[in-house]
Design a protein around this ligand. Structure first.
Ligand code: FE2
Ligand code: FE2
Length: 223
């Protein structure tokens, strides 16, 4: 008679917030998405959450930690897609162009990631690059989810088996520190802070060019 109970278990709201940048790498490894697409989508969502946190926080240390984690997550994600998912998709669907574009988009994102990780968190350029990376990834994810995944779903590809392979490779890369494993969220960047500061003036001049180039890239990739 009474209204249905909404839920007996209440969420614990801010538990993961506190150490989000460092924590999720380990908690995530226990999650088992149902198939390849679910796994990749979960990655997309998680990285988007990190970009959102980056936008919101005012703390420079937190920004540095988040940027490092974003770069590590994206590097691993791109690697498992390129090693496992894209080749399988290429074989299953008849849209070479879509996969070629996806690969080019990965390469552009990697260039930006290398710069972000190499130069460190100080200076306007750092934030601009992380933001542009966020826009770039958002675009790429949209294409993957709306076009590539949609097409792959229609094929007879064994997505469960593919998902297991993706998960296994991902775990390997994270544990082996394939892309630094997201472990030293702030230390790597902290070390390069001084040099980044010194280069701040010259970077400013580069800023517009980089942002413009990647924005252009977005436009091109859309075609
Ligand atoms: Fe992806
Ligand atoms: Fe991708």
């Amino acid at each position: 008679m009474a209204a249905r109970k909404q839920s007996s278990k209440r969420k614990q709201p801010s538990r993961t917030r506190r150490g989000g940048a460092r924590k999720s790498a380990s908690s995530r490894s226990t999650r088992q998405p149902s198939d390849a697409i679910a796994l990749l989508r979960a990655d997309h969502q998680m990285v988007q959450g990190l970009f959102d946190q980056f936008e919101k926080t005012r703390s420079e240390d937190r920004k540095a930690a988040l940027a490092e984690q974003i770069c590590n997550e994206l590097t691993i994600h791109a690697q498992i897609e390129e090693e496992i998912f894209y080749p399988a998709a290429r074989e299953a669907i008849r849209d070479e162009d879509l996969l070629d574009e996806a690969k080019v988009e990965h390469d552009s994102a990697k260039t930006l990631i290398e710069q972000i990780q190499g130069e460190g968190p100080q200076g306007e350029l750092f934030e601009a690059k992380v933001k542009v990376l966020g826009e770039y990834v958002k675009h790429h994810v949209k294409e993957e989810q709306n076009e590539l995944f949609a097409q792959v779903r229609k094929t007879k590809l064994d997505l469960k088996e593919l998902g297991e392979r993706l998960q296994q490779r991902k775990t390997e890369l994270m544990e082996g520190g394939g892309a630094a494993g997201g472990r030293t969220a702030s230390s790597g960047m902290a070390g390069s802070r001084r040099s980044a500061q010194a280069a701040k003036t010259t970077k400013r001049a580069e800023k517009e060019g980089i942002v413009a180039a990647f924005t252009r890239g977005l436009g091109l990739a859309r075609e």
